[in-house]
Write a protein that binds this ligand. Structure first.
Ligand SMILES: NC(=O)C1=CN([C@@H]2O[C@H](COP(=O)(O)OP(=O)(O)OC[C@H]3O[C@@H](n4cnc5c(N)ncnc54)[C@H](O)[C@@H]3O)[C@@H](O)[C@H]2O)C=CC1
Ligand SMILES: [Mg+2]
Length: 338
């Protein structure tokens, strides 16, 4: 449903609804109407990227993501003798409570060092900065990078081979030869913390940092329900049969591409808890007691070498949804009768 007429002026709109509702309806309008989105681009702010690395400023141990005004954008594009039209290559990624739109723009075609000195910051690999970003910036930059990457890899229609065009907000791409509309994709991934009632099962891939273990994870196959993916991945990766499972939470995970992590807890029978690790997928997997987990939660999330050369167990940082699953399991253990 497109809101015509009275809603044409976002400021009036912004007085008619509760904050969250009016923000969602305003963003919907920008995605549906290029004219309104163009107006928003002329009063919005921009998060800059350079070949998918966001522009950040380091303040102490934190990274901040500066929002560039449209005036600064236009003056900078002027210095590069770039047409202001380049602003239209941006994608909509959100808006403020006052309905000021946020856009992300990748300036990969311009000289990185010149922009960095002009704006006094650095284009930094998102994976490196991710855990030092503050609250609202991490999810914003995560979805911005995923959206910019999607546009960059969907320039052509996979049916006709013709170039596709993005709408101004960047919420879709269209092949005007045959009218196919492409929408940005996320790959659903289940991440499961398996328990046998008194222990939890953690695993590691060879690519994980030394000593780090996490919950089991796996992409959904086409046509699978989430429950089927949980059961299949646990059987595939550690050879166990899930008895019961329940949903916990979800998280957008931009690495290496755009995944939607769907976190679940799963139970297996204590008498059927002998792990058989699928070495094609995992380097190791094991059962960990509440004491071992509590001790690991008390440690810094980084490799800790022991005298014998082995590495102590450490767990994903608190921003990773695997950490949330582990904390929930600890709470459950603490609250359930011995
Ligand atoms: N946020 C977190 O706490 C964690 C996130 N992850 C993420 O979850 C994702 C899945 O974990 P894995 O154990 O590697 O998955 P997985 O157990 O499904 O193994 C990867 C397999 O999935 C296939 N695959 C790759 N991309 C795919 C896609 N888009 N759709 C369907 N299949 C695909 C690959 O060919 C590979 O064989 C990874 O991207 C990883 O970064 C993994 C663990 C913790
Ligand atoms: Mg896996």
């Amino acid at each position: 449903m497109i809101y015509q007429g009275v809603y044409r002026t976002p400021s009036l709109w912004c007085r008619l609804h509760s904050t969250y509702v009016r923000k969602m309806r305003y963003l919907f309008e920008l995605k549906e109407d290029d004219g309104i989105c163009r107006q928003a681009q002329n009063s919005g702010t921009f998060y800059l990227f350079h070949n998918l690395s966001p522009f950040l400023k380091k303040v102490g141990s934190k990274y901040l993501a500066p929002q560039i005004s449209v005036a600064e954008m236009k003056s900078m594009l002027g210095k590069f003798r770039q047409n202001e039209q380049m602003i239209e290559d941006s994608v909509l990624i959100g808006c403020s409570d006052e309905c000021m739109a946020y856009f992300a723009l990748d300036l990969g075609s311009l000289e990185k060092s010149v922009i960095e000195s002009e704006l006094r910051g650095l284009f930094t690999e998102l994976r490196k900065a991710f855990f030092q970003l503050d609250g609202k910036d991490a999810p914003l930059l995560s979805s911005a990078q995923a959206l910019l990457r999607w546009h960059d890899t969907h320039q052509y229609c996979s049916k006709t081979g013709q170039p596709t065009q993005k709408n101004l907000a960047g919420s879709k791409r269209v092949c005007h030869t045959n009218g196919i509309i492409y929408y940005p994709q996320m790959s659903p991934v289940v991440i499961t913390l398996v328990s046998d009632g008194s222990r939890c099962l953690l695993a590691r891939q060879a690519s994980f940092p030394k000593g780090m273990y996490s919950a089991l994870a796996g992409f959904c196959d086409v046509g699978e329900t989430l429950e089927e993916t949980v059961r299949r991945e646990v059987a595939e990766e550690v050879g166990l049969e899930v008895e019961s499972l329940w949903y916990s939470a979800s998280q957008h995970w931009p690495f290496p591409n755009s995944s939607l992590m769907i976190a679940c807890h799963a139970m297996v029978q204590p008498q059927q808890s002998k792990i058989s690790v699928n070495k094609l997928e995992l380097e190791a997997a094991g059962w960990f007691s509440l004491e071992e987990i509590m001790e690991a939660l008390g440690r810094e999330p980084k490799p800790l070498k022991q005298e014998d050369g082995s590495f102590s167990l450490w767990l994903p940082p608190k921003w990773a949804i695997a950490h949330q699953l582990i904390q929930e399991w600890v709470k459950l253990q603490a609250s359930s009768p011995a």
